[in-house]
Design a binder for this molecule. Structure first.
Ligand SMILES: [Zn+2]
Length: 536
């Protein structure tokens, strides 16, 4: 990894022409911005920087304004850092984040044509047994490996697909290019081709009674081996309330998206969504998912299924217009629903997307007018967080937990939505700071997307990247980022206890708590990237 430069933290993928260019400057003194001809374009005095509570850095955000396309250099004393401004600066990284999901495909091989050096033979193709009755065996294939491990989880998968589908619905020109995947050229946008790979798997996770299995995993995580070498049996784990609601929501949303492309597929999804909803109606009392004895894979449990049911009711209403779904959504919408949460534990933000951007006024007073007011009020909190941070990062210092990239990207999604609803530029600009955070304008001076940035993640907690013998990790995967809480022993041993939260990070393979990847961290970044990548 290149040495961190002392003075400047920048978006390492560059900046977009037409949007404000913001950098983080450590310490004080006059900063000069020069163009490629060596002429001074800006000269900004930085005095008395405040200490950023999350990182401990004395840092100032410097807004350089809108700049013409070109190469620039920041200077202060002997410190120099190049930055570039160009049209579609984030096109490659946005599409790589979508393609990153292709590299997570399970139940098939990845061919050299589409995966290059990361090709591998088919994995996880054997029939799975139901955990509760091993005599019941079913072939359930496809889907994405969830994260650094090889498990597949219904709820997180449904949330991931929803992020992609809303990215495409709202910002089709920001995420619509070919990805060089097996389906490319079939007349369907590749982001939808990739999402369908997961949807076909989700459909297989439904039981005959309408409920969804929580997950398809082994009893424990595999060692760091390639997926095709992971041959221990997989099990369909018990059903789960949250997973059933998330699947219902996602499939109802997907029905609307895919209907113009493949009506039979769309109808199959709507039927599955309705049956899942009926099961939830017949089982109103929430039962939290617990790992059965002897199972140690991801839990993905929740405290309640209220926001999951809310999202499902919204999507089923949008899909069918059925008044019972609207009534259910209105009843489920309470102040307790976290509207700025986009998964996997709470999904109120996804229900909000459905109501405010798809149903709109048709949703009525409760699900449009009141929800919009409530949502916009809560977005002020995200904006306040961004303003309180030296790097503009919309995250409380104590929320740097496992997968801290998710709330950062979630707040960016919320502020983009707020900006679209109100036309407010301050919301858009604060959302942009979160995107810069992901791409390097952070206390670590690190671009969190593998394969991108001058200072890049090289050792994500990701089994294929650790086992394939290739130095560079699989590209297009976003790291979970700093985590001060729930640390694994190795991280505790390697980092001093007084390391600030925003720097509590190790780019080392065993450091799952700071450097794992996950499909549902990639996907909110796709939403944010697609928005900022949309041509003016
Ligand atoms: Zn697999």
């Amino acid at each position: 990894m290149n040495q961190a430069t002392p003075a400047f933290r920048i978006d390492q993928e560059g900046y977009a022409a037409g949007l404000p260019v913001c950098t983080a400057v450590l310490g004080e003194g006059t900063v000069t911005l020069k163009n490629a001809a060596g002429e001074t374009v800006r000269s900004i005095a930085v005095n008395a920087p405040e200490t950023d509570p999350a990182s401990g850095d004395a840092v100032t955000l410097v807004d350089l304004g809108v700049l013409e396309s070109g190469e620039y250099e920041l200077e202060r004393g002997i410190d120099r850092r190049r930055l570039s401004v160009k049209p579609r600066a984030w096109n490659a990284v946005t599409h790589a984040l979508i393609k990153g999901l292709y590299f997570q495909r399970c139940g098939c091989g990845l061919s050299p044509e589409h995966a290059g050096v990361y090709a591998h033979p088919p994995c996880h193709t054997a029939p799975a047994a139901e955990w509760e009755d091993r005599s019941v065996r079913r072939r359930v294939t496809g889907g994405w490996h969830d994260a650094g491990d090889y498990g597949k989880y219904t709820g997180p998968g449904a949330v991931t697909v929803a992020h992609l589908l809303y990215a495409w619905k709202l910002f089709p020109r920001g995420c619509g290019e070919d990805l060089n995947i097996p389906e490319t050229g079939n007349g369907v946008p590749d982001i939808l081709n990739e999402a369908r790979f997961e949807l076909e798997w989700i459909l297989q996770m439904q039981r005959s009674n309408g409920a969804f299995h929580n997950k398809l995993t082994k009893s424990h995580f595999a060692p760091f081996i390639m997926p095709q070498d992971d041959l221990e049996p997989e099990y369909l784990m018990p059903v789960c309330w949250c997973a059933t609601a998330d699947a219902a929501a996602c499939l109802a949303l997907a029905y609307r998206v895919y209907r113009p492309f493949d009506e039979a597929f769309a109808n199959r999804m709507l039927l599955a969504a309705k049956r899942a909803w009926d099961w939830l109606q017949a089982h109103p009392d929430y039962v939290p998912f617990m790992n059965p004895e002897g199972v140690r894979t991801g839990l993905y449990g929740g405290r309640s299924d209220a926001s999951n049911r809310f999202w499902a009711a919204c999507e089923l209403y949008a899909a069918t217009g059925g008044p019972a779904y609207r009534q259910a959504a209105e009843q489920l919408y309470t102040p307790k629903i976290p509207l700025l949460e986009f998964g996997w534990m709470e999904v109120g933000g996804l229900g909000t997307l459905c109501c405010l951007f798809d149903l709109k006024e048709n949703a009525g007073d409760v699900l449009y007018t009141r929800l919009k007011e409530d949502f916009l009020r809560r977005c002020e909190k995200a904006l306040t967080l961004s303003k309180a941070s030296g790097y503009g990062t919309a995250l409380e210092p104590d929320r740097y937990v496992w997968g801290s990239i998710l709330p950062v990207m979630g707040n960016a999604m919320a502020m983009i939505m707020a900006s679209l609803l109100t036309g407010r530029q301050d919301m858009r600009d604060a959302a942009l700071l979160q995107w810069h955070y992901a791409l390097g304008m952070n206390a670590l001076d690190l671009c969190f997307v593998t394969g991108f940035g001058e200072r890049r993640v090289m050792h994500p907690h990701h089994r294929p990247s650790g086992a394939d013998g290739i130095e560079a990790p699989v590209p297009g995967l976003i790291s979970g980022g700093p985590n001060k809480l729930f640390c694994m022993p190795q991280t505790k041993e390697r980092l001093s206890p007084d390391t600030p939260p925003a720097k509590h990070y190790l780019d080392e393979t065993p450091s799952a708590d700071t450097n794992e990847i996950a499909i549902y961290w990639n996907s909110p970044a796709v939403f944010v990237g697609a928005y900022f990548n949309t041509p003016a």
